[in-house]
Design a protein around this ligand. Structure first.
Ligand code: GLN
Length: 191
């Protein structure tokens, strides 16, 4: 039975928990440093507000410990704000306007709030490599504007990278937890 740690300091963690529990996983909500002592073998970083999440991770003393687990190979799924937390780099404007600590474990560079005003929020369907065709819900989503040589592109929408993988790390610009379709969570639990 997989045990999934879900970062639960801010954002859409409850929706991830519901999906994962329906699939038979045990979920551990990570709210403070001591929660990291509860055993879990996979990690989910939910959507929400990445600046707030990064600051909280730092203030709560969870940043370095989570970085270490990811670097040691724990499978991690970062969605939307979670993708931003994983990214080694973000666009300069965001870095200047909203500086905040991040995990920076994944060799991708992302642009925040990248789909423009009218498209702040939209839904589409695309192929996610290895997982099949899935619905994708975007909410003030980032996209990947550059990735390192060990990063595999998993999906694009309108020529923009919206899903990528680097070994144990998966970053999605959209929100599978807000969709009744559970194929991404199933796929993640099989990794
Ligand atoms: N725009 C948010 C951020 O930059 C991410 C949006 C989301 O997670 N839905 O943190």
């Amino acid at each position: 039975r997989p045990r999934v740690g879900i970062l639960a300091v801010q954002g859409a963690f409850a929706e991830h928990r519901e999906r994962l529990q329906c699939l038979g996983a045990t979920c551990v909500e990570l709210r403070q440093a001591s929660d990291l002592d509860i055993p879990f073998d996979r990690l989910v970083l939910p959507g929400g507000e990445s600046t707030a999440q990064g600051k909280l991770l730092d203030r709560l003393g969870m940043l370095a410990a989570l970085q270490r687990r990811i670097e040691e190979g724990m499978p991690v799924l970062g969605t939307c704000a979670g993708m931003i937390l994983l990214a080694k780099a973000i666009d300069e404007q965001s870095e200047q306007d909203h500086p905040a600590p991040r995990l920076k474990t994944m060799d991708i560079a992302v642009t925040r709030n990248a789909f423009g005003r009218q498209l702040a929020s939209f839904r589409t369907e695309e192929d996610l490599h290895g997982c099949g065709r899935v619905p994708m819900t975007f909410i003030r989503a980032p996209y990947v504007h550059a990735c390192g040589p060990s990063v595999e592109v998993l999906a694009e929408v309108d020529g923009r990278i919206v899903a990528a993988r680097e070994k144990n790390q998966i970053a999605l610009a959209f929100h599978p937890e807000l969709d009744p379709n559970d194929s991404i969570h199933r796929w993640f639990l099989r990794l």
